[in-house]
Design a binder for this molecule. Structure first.
Ligand code: BG6
Length: 436
């Protein structure tokens, strides 16, 4: 059992807004492993007391809904070690920092450019058996890079696949995790789940948020790598895979991988990319600090995919994500070929006779950093951390799944960098280019 959580990047944005609040939530629910020791690690030259202040402030801001006693317990138990990823000895010291010497979960809440150095340093430090390394997304910049990162992880973990945890927090969102149940045998939608009944399925994640202060990261990433290649593709796997034969995690991963293998490489003409200009919602993307306009980074990405299985003959899967858009639209839309049946599950909204919508953010919305979720329901990062700490893998992507997702996204990335199709524009705060 994991007894220590080493949070690398503990002073950063991801830790402050999502991971520390999720730990507080799990503390309150009594769902952390008994005696778990939190060691925060980052570059600033802080001590335990300074880190405790930081954790308390982040929790006050982002986990105000968690009872104060649980927040205080987390703050009181937190330790801090300064690490410099260029100096692996500092990482080894952080691994050794907590007493007990049990298995460690090392969580890389770091910019992707630091993943290789962090994984190498953890490998050099030598993690005790039963330890895990959790890596955030994007997992690699392309297929070759993802393979290299998988090789490093295999080296650092002695080839134990379960020891490498490639996080995708969308898999922990209740609405995404619940997608397979919507067409379980007996459901009104069970008989609709194929190309004969569904002409098109949209997986949409449109945000009103612009890139804010993240332009330095975002400009090297873009909408395709930031959200579509991972979050939307994983949502697609849960929507379109065959239902696993059992509840076992290996069956789930087998079906997710089989679905990814069946996705055809889209032609460039089946893709769109765009970036926002100045508009009602604010200034142009290219005017944000840290943007190099010459890179041509997209803030909106769309792929129309086909899944080459008998079930999905004739269905178009449209995956679209964008920043600085007119409205927050985070949903799956089913376009039926005939009017939808009666007796739909409560999560499914009839928006037209032949069109159904499933909200992806119904139970959990991050509005100005305030967490809103149904009482007793876990947040996405609560589910991820519970999984990491308990040895689960439902919110993780396997090595093969990570590479397979790049197989059909890499050619798109390549075509885009060759200028095909051209980069479109949309005003910030608009529904996107040529909105349908
Ligand atoms: O709304 P959530 O749960 O933060 O998920 C969306 C976010 O997912 C992150 O992984 C992306 O980096 C962000 O750009 C995006 O906004």
């Amino acid at each position: 059992m994991i007894t220590r959580l080493l949070l690398l990047g503990a002073t950063g944005d991801l830790a402050g807004r999502f991971l520390l609040p999720a730990l507080a939530e799990l503390t309150a629910a009594g769902q952390l492993p008994e005696g778990l020791q939190l060691v925060g690690a980052a570059e600033p030259d802080w001590d335990d007391a300074r880190f405790a202040e930081h954790v308390a402030a982040r929790l006050a801001e982002h986990a105000g809904d968690v009872p104060a006693a649980a927040r205080q317990a987390l703050v009181a138990g937190a330790r801090y070690r300064r690490v410099d990823l260029g100096d692996p000895a500092t990482v080894a010291a952080a691994v050794a920092a907590s007493p007990g010497g049990g298995p460690v979960a090392a969580y890389l809440a770091l910019p992707p450019s630091l993943f290789p150095a962090a994984v190498r340093a953890l490998g050099d430090a030598g993690l005790p058996p039963g330890s895990r390394i959790a890596v955030e997304k994007p997992f690699g910049r392309d297929l070759a890079d993802a393979r290299a990162l998988n090789a490093l992880l295999a080296e650092a973990t002695g080839g134990v696949e379960a020891a490498a945890f490639r996080v995708d927090h969308f898999l922990g969102m209740p609405a995404v995790a619940g997608l397979p149940a919507l067409r379980a045998p007996g459901s009104a939608l069970a008989g609709q789940w194929d190309g004969e009944h569904l002409a098109q399925v949209d997986v949409v994640w449109e945000e009103t948020l612009d890139v804010g202060g993240r332009a330095g990261f975002y400009d090297r990433t873009g909408a395709l790598r930031d959200v579509l290649q991972n979050h939307l593709v994983q949502t697609l796997t849960l929507l379109a895979m065959e239902l696993p034969a059992t509840a076992a995690e290996e069956d789930l991963h087998r079906e997710r991988l089989a679905l990814l293998r069946a996705v055809r490489v889209p032609a460039p003409s089946a893709t769109r990319r765009a970036r926002y200009t100045a508009g009602p919602a604010g200034r142009a993307y290219v005017d944000a600090d840290g943007v190099d306009p010459a890179r041509g980074t997209e803030t909106l990405a769309e792929l129309v995919l086909e899944v080459g299985t008998p079930r999905w003959a004739g269905t178009r899967f449209v995956l679209r994500t964008g920043k600085a858009m007119a409205a927050d639209r985070k949903q799956v839309v089913l376009h039926l070929r005939a009017p939808a049946p009666d007796g739909l599950p409560p999560e499914v909204e009839r928006v037209a006779d032949d069109r159904l919508a499933i909200a992806l953010d119904a139970a959990q919305q991050a509005t100005d950093g305030v967490r809103v979720h149904a009482p007793g329901e876990r947040t996405a990062y609560g589910a991820v951390l519970a999984d990491v700490l308990a040895g689960g893998s439902r919110t993780a992507v396997s090595a093969a799944e990570a590479e397979e997702a790049w197989r059909f996204v890499d050619p798109v990335r390549q075509a885009w960098s060759d200028g095909e199709p051209p980069l479109l524009e949309y005003p910030a705060g608009s529904p996107g280019p040529d909105a349908d």
